[in-house]
Design a protein around this ligand. Structure first.
Ligand code: 7TS
Length: 409
């Protein structure tokens, strides 16, 4: 993998921000887009923009082929059994909400339990809070180890015969930990529960095989994996999706509409009410082609190297607190930190003046912030286009931040 060549495929990286070359370290929020993805969107709108699954005209057929072709690319990307199991959504949030609103509402009752963890993103917390309120089910939290990891003993203790749904992120957007999803899924299944996986931070960075993980549902977002915003995926096992009710009703998802009753199209379209996200899906297909050309294993290995380098360099800065496991081998490509008493928003502001983009805040993980006993943190997140030089610039920026604030106070 030649990072110099890869960087050249991302036109946005070649610019100055505040008079300094841009160092983009916020890919966990959203990744940048390579030229082939931008070109695929451009080509669609210039050459074959049309609605899908309707007319017989040529552009409509091309758009339908592009849209359904992207579904097959996603199927292969996650090794789903069939395209019937691949539903296009607006993103991870919509995908998890669909599972909670449909599977959750129909399969939960008073006394049933939903198990999530303290490290979840709000979009894997609130849908379960809502469905718990609607059905009388109880929401339970898996505890975390001191370094922020999940122990399988805790999973065995928390998941029991009352558990109906276990929903866990594969990679944390704050701690960077990689959770043992396959093992958790096994424990869930032994107890008669289903396993939902939030793959927002894993799908862009590592190979995912839904059959090997044996998860029942997987959610992820296109915009974090070099694709456009507004497109995501809900994978679900056919045996569940077949029995589930759609959550959005209208055009495109129906078979027959009577005055008082209607019937639905077959899978996957019964979950795709309204004109679908055609350009988004085509762009996601191009992003998958791009990532696969480089190789997900290569990308993962490269990001591990970057994370290890960042951990080493950042740990050398005095007053630095890094959250999550210390061992780089347990971490994906992001580092979340605080430095002395400087507010993370101030850290991000000083870094921005240096052309360095990091995120500051609660990262949509307020329960985790409470667990960490902080209100906010700064976070640098890496992707295949970042370099060790980017991390050196981050370190220099942080040293400058420290100096600036020690002068102020
Ligand atoms: N789950 C995880 C683990 C995430 O990191 C995010 C977004 C989502 C779900 C929601 O994805 P969406 O595409 O539906 O919005 N995480 C972040 C982040 O860490 N900073 O900005 C967005």
């Amino acid at each position: 993998m030649n990072v110099r060549d890869i960087r050249q495929m991302f036109p946005i990286l070649d610019q100055e921000v505040n008079g300094k070359p841009l160092v983009y370290l916020d890919s966990a929020a959203t990744s940048q887009k390579p030229a082939p993805v931008i070109e695929a969107l451009d080509k669609y709108y210039r050459e074959y923009n049309s609605n899908v699954h309707r007319g017989v005209h040529t552009l409509g057929t091309r758009a339908t082929d592009g849209y359904e072709g992207a579904r097959e690319k996603v199927r292969k990307f996650i090794n789903a059994n069939s395209t019937e199991e691949v539903i296009f959504t607006r993103g991870t949030t919509t995908a998890i909400n669909t599972v909670a609103a449909s599977y959750g509402r129909d399969n939960l009752d008073e006394g049933d339990e939903i198990v999530i963890s303290y490290m979840e993103h709000h979009s894997n917390i609130i849908p379960w809070q809502q469905v718990a309120k609607q059905t009388g089910a109880t929401l339970k939290y898996l505890p975390l180890q001191e370094d922020g990891t999940i122990s399988l003993d805790d999973v065995r203790e928390t998941v029991n015969g009352n558990t109906k749904i276990v929903s866990i992120m594969q990679v944390s957007n704050v701690l960077g930990v990689m959770n043992p999803i396959k093992e958790i899924a096994k424990i869930a299944h032994e107890n008669g529960a289903i396993m939902v996986v939030d793959g927002a931070q894993s799908a862009p960075h590592m190979k995912i095989d839904v059959q090997d993980l044996d998860c029942d549902f997987l959610a992820f977002s296109g915009h974090k994996m070099c694709g456009p915003t507004g497109i995501g995926v809900l994978y679900g096992k056919k045996k569940h999706l077949e029995k589930m009710e759609p959550v959005e009703f209208g055009g495109e998802m129906i078979d027959f509409v009577g005055l008082y009753e209607s019937t639905w199209k077959e899978l996957p379209w019964k979950f795709e009410g309204g004109t679908p996200i055609i350009a988004g899906a085509i762009g996601l297909g191009a992003a998958i082609d791009f990532l696969e050309q480089i190789g997900l294993d290569e990308i993962e290995a490269y990001e591990h190297k970057l994370a290890a380098y960042a951990m080493e360099k950042l740990s050398d800065i005095e007053g630095m607190t890094i959250y999550g496991p210390k061992e780089a081998s347990k971490r994906a490509g992001l580092v979340t930190f605080n430095i002395d008493d400087v507010h993370p928003h101030d850290v991000a502001t000083v870094l921005d003046a240096e052309g360095i983009a990091v995120r500051a805040g609660h990262h949509c993980a307020q329960p985790l912030m409470k667990w960490l006993k902080v209100s906010a943190t700064a976070r640098a997140s890496f992707y295949l286009y970042n370099t060790e030089e980017d991390i050196d610039k981050l370190v220099a920026g942080l040293v400058k931040t420290k100096e600036y604030f020690s002068d102020v106070f």
